[in-house]
Design a protein around this ligand. Structure first.
Ligand code: CA
Length: 196
């Protein structure tokens, strides 16, 4: 009996020595993720519902398809045309990007590019909302006091850690903030963080 207990204790000691009693047994190795940058996850659109299953929509469009919502996501910044609302900014003009059923991203940065013309129509004050059902939404960002020059791109990082299917940019004011004008955006791009 004593011999068996001695052999068992000896085996336990060997096991502990092999793995390191103070380290590897009690604390499994966990790799720490390190942020290394952003990657553009925007799918370029050719119509408000193409390519499927993506859908974009806006509070209004001055003329379709010339100023349709998808012109904000076509990856074309060189033309005079982007999205242009038919409403004045006092109506909270908004534009929405929907990745489609069972598709979502954790967006942590977005770019806004102004149109070539009419700087008085570029976003001045806005909210960015995230949603997974198109109804209930979470405020992801709020910016105020911006002005854009022609075709200028500005980047905005947001501390978001959740995936959303819908992202909605809700423009409160345009131009210098005192205007009462249409809302125009040439391009919006969505980025997620890359971690290694
Ligand atoms: Ca565009």
């Amino acid at each position: 009996m004593i011999k068996r207990i001695s052999i068992a204790l000896f085996c336990i000691c060997l096991f502990c020595a092999w793995n390191g009693w103070n380290g590897r047994i009690s604390r499994p190795y966990v790799r720490q993720s390190v942020f290394v940058g952003y990657t553009d996850v925007t799918t370029n659109m050719t119509a408000n519902n193409l390519p499927a299953p993506l859908i974009t929509a806006a509070s209004s469009e001055l003329t379709a398809p010339t100023y349709s919502a998808y012109k904000c996501f076509d990856n074309v910044s060189t033309s005079s045309y982007g999205w242009l609302s038919a409403q004045l900014d006092t109506n909270h003009c908004w534009i929405k990007y929907d990745w489609g059923t069972n598709r979502s991203y954790t967006i942590q940065k977005y770019n806004i590019t102004a149109s070539h013309r009419y700087n008085e129509r570029t976003p001045h004050t806005w909210y960015l909302w995230g949603s997974n059902n198109g109804g209930a939404r979470v405020q992801l960002d709020y910016q105020a006091g911006y002005t854009f020059t022609s075709n200028e791109t500005k980047s905005f990082e947001i501390p978001n850690t959740s995936e959303y299917r819908y992202y909605l940019l809700d423009v409160v004011r345009v131009g210098d903030g005192a205007d009462n004008d249409y809302t125009s955006i040439q391009e919006i791009r969505w980025f997620k963080g890359v971690y290694e």
